[in-house]
Write a protein of this length. Sequence first.
Length: 586
Amino acid sequence: MTDITADLKQRFATLPDKDIDVVILGAGVNGAGLFRDLAAQGVNCLIVDKADFGSGTSAAPSRLIHGGLKYLETGEFGLVAQSTLERNLLLQNAPHCVEALPTFIPIFSWTRGIWAALRTLTGSTTAPRSRGAVLIKIGLALYDFFGSRNRVMPRHRFLLKKRALKEMPHVTPDIVAGGIYYDAKISRPERLVYELVMDGLQANKSALAANFTTLTSSAGGKLSFERADGTTFSASPKLVVNAAGPWIDRVNDLLGAPSHLIGGTKGSHILLDHPELVRGLNGHMIYFEADDGRICLVYSYLGLALVGSTDIPCDDPDNVRCEEPEIDYFLESVQSLLPSLRFGREQVVYSYSGIRPLPASDASSPGLISRDHSAPVVEPQSDRPFAIVSLVGGKWTTFRGFAEEVADLVLKRLDRVRSQSTKHLAIGGGRDFPTNSAARGEWVRAAAKRTGTAPERIDQLLSRYGTTATAILEYPSAHTDTVRLSGASHYSALEIDWIVRQELVTHLSDVVFRRTTLAIEGALTMQGLRDIGAIAAEALGWTEQRLTAEIEEVVTTMSTFHGRRLEDGAERAFSEARTTAGPTSA
């Protein structure tokens, strides 16, 4: 089996900087998607991120893959058409991470909001409030129409009050009707970003990727970089793509091309340990309007209830976190919607926040800023021989389509032609994924026979890693799959050893926040963190001092940015309580 770390080290050592066609600055989902697309066309690409792959905005979404129902009322029909198509494609190309999500809309009136919607559609800067049944029915019919290409999910249903309350028994009886339509959710967005990078590296043996790497200079047309370990390298690209998300303007300053492209907003989310709510949702998301007119959502995510999101102007992506007033807002909103349930601060087990890299806008409401994308180009100058393409806006769902558009632009500028489409190209562990329950059962039985692992465990790992599961189980490790983490018995020492050695891990935080969902699903305990740390230290040659610092960094990040303190007794008790309450999704 190829050691990807050693392979990359060899690539960096043997590839002169003049052989780099394109440097991509920023390894979020847009940068990683473009990297994969260009590498598949034979373009020699280097992707660099100052932190880990997928660690910025791409790690802080609502974890939805959706067509953008609300974009209909602002007349962004092209965006809805592209988003629904890309949603359908992701359900096929990344089935190990993306799955259908039936969504319930509570409706509180029959005709309200029609005139306000018409004003918004014609350019008003005031969003409609209290969208009534007529408006929602029209919207859902349009949504079905736009989602007809590569359709993989049912059409919407419209329910009168009695039937709606039977489907969603905890919803307030003040509703007059309800609608059910289908979008999708992504269980592991951070892993998918990593898999996009890996797909690019596998597609082109001259492609390069570097995390925890800082741009230090762009003088004379040569980009100079420094890694976290102090080593340096350089590249003289023909073109630079700025995919730094909310940091785009800062990166353009470093490149000598000052810009004002981004006017980001903060989106925060919380996760609740609320088994009664999770059971009551019955696999559905509720997409509802809070009392202030803001669209909110709640759905089951890895056994917890995810609630989001806010939309607050913010320009500090390095220090963004979910603040106390936002938590109060979420709890009050779900309490108003679901009055028969009880909500309290003690149920909040995790929170997170990120900056949407939206285009600079003078819109009166953040919700009216377009979620569409663009790729403005700054042409070369005498002291900068390369053009700069900035990836502005966009959303998780449309990353492949956005990447395809920019890749075609880049190929044209390089005088190259597209050799393959990514439209039906599976991502990472989605490759050769079984397409139905019968095929899945056959795949699980075959893998169980080959590896000697119980079918139930095979199925769990298939859900978590896709078809990469067999490579993990067959990995020649000193650790076994039967040895499990303290407080998180659904993860094994073998999994962690594979991740650390084979998935470009630099820090302990890469494992717990991005290569796995241990942090966000509430499965991480102090002892479990030490278990992971011991495996990582053995694999990466860390000293005791380095291991202690890595553990402290995770503990500090959890407390500062996610509102959760890792303490042996309390965290273990929480983990055991959740295990007793019932099984969680793998």
